[in-house]
Design a protein around this ligand. Structure first.
Ligand SMILES: O=c1ccn([C@@H]2O[C@H](COP(=O)(O)O)[C@@H](O)[C@H]2O)c(=O)[nH]1
Length: 302
């Protein structure tokens, strides 16, 4: 079984791209040609059309995208039919040679966490994902089952450390007292992630346990890169949330490795922007992913 950290490193190297395309299929933003004739009140029909759109997005970006990140929320809101669509999207990406990182932000008490880990992680699991985002803020005991599950199933996890949203400082930037005096909550979390990443590292030097750090906090991203030398960093917040290529460059190591940068709306709805309006929607999506890969390549070291 290939080690997840090495598998991702291999894919990034092969495709010469650190782009992670986020699959957040908001129905109202889908191309007119996909929505035509579909009753927006019929969840089953919407889910089928959504799956169709997501498959076409994946085909358009597969050559330049080592990994896609379906956002569970946009499938869950379509009910059971949406979950079937999600399963179809995961299978399609896998067949297209693209790794699947499901953005489900799971987290619960240990025994339940074990259930989530076994449900989602690894190609043989019910959902067949290569990786999953995990919310660790219930405590270290709730992270462990995900770490063990990832190792057992040859998969990876990305743990929320410093999230991209404006309110992330409310809890994550709080300074601790006592044993860890002076550290912020997110630094303490980063140290926990690094210890799991080091313990699970493969030949690439990167582990099966990675971190989520927002592009919207470039200074913290730079510091966290140093603090977690063995952790892959998933960087959301590029594009639509304001993060730039110069901002995310801080998340890569000195050889330009160790990070993947997510853009959802900026890529999958590229046909809505002035820049790509002259293209058909699939070409607009493909071109924006290529342009993003180029921008990242130019901004990163190595
Ligand atoms: O800190 C975080 C963690 C996750 N996300 C998710 O990433 C995408 C971002 O979408 P854009 O359209 O590129 O803004 C979305 O699914 C978020 O839930 C994040 O933004 N920040």
């Amino acid at each position: 079984m290939e080690h997840f950290g090495d598998l991702l490193a291999g894919q990034v190297q092969q495709k010469k791209s650190a782009v992670c395309v986020g699959i957040d299929p908001r129905w109202k933003s889908l191309p007119e040609s996909i929505r035509a004739g579909v009753d927006s009140g019929d969840r089953s029909a919407v889910a089928k059309a959504t799956e169709c759109y997501c498959r076409e997005v994946i085909d358009a970006v597969a050559s330049v995208t080592p990994v896609v990140k379906p956002q569970a929320a946009f499938f869950e809101l379509l009910g059971p039919a949406g979950m079937l669509a999600l399963a179809g999207v995961i299978k399609h990406a896998t067949k297209a040679g693209v790794l699947v990182l499901l953005d489900g932000k799971r987290g619960d008490i240990g025994s339940t966490a074990e259930g989530y880990a076994d449900a989602y992680l690894g190609r043989e699991s019910a959902w067949g994902c290569d990786a999953l985002t995990v919310n660790p803020y219930l405590g270290d005991d709730t992270l462990e089952p995900f770490v063990h599950g990832a190792v057992r199933h040859g998969a990876g996890i990305f743990v929320l450390v410093k999230t991209s949203n404006p309110g992330s400082g409310f809890l994550q930037d709080q300074v601790l007292s006592g044993e860890n005096q002076g550290q912020t909550v997110f630094e303490r979390m980063a140290d926990l992630v690094q210890s799991h990443a080091a313990a699970t590292q493969g030949t690439s030097g990167y582990g099966a346990v990675g971190a989520v750090v927002g592009a919207t906090y470039p200074q913290q991203l730079a510091a966290l890169r140093q603090r977690m030398p063995n952790a892959w960093i998933l960087i959301p917040g590029f594009g639509a949330q304001g993060g730039t290529a110069a901002d995310v460059a801080h998340g890569f190591d000195s050889q330009g490795r160790g990070a993947i940068v997510n853009s959802s709306r900026g890529v999958i709805f590229a046909y809505q922007s002035e820049q790509y309006k002259h293209l058909d929607w699939q070409s607009a999506v493909a071109k924006s992913a290529h342009d993003m890969a180029q921008q990242l390549g130019e901004a990163t070291p190595g």
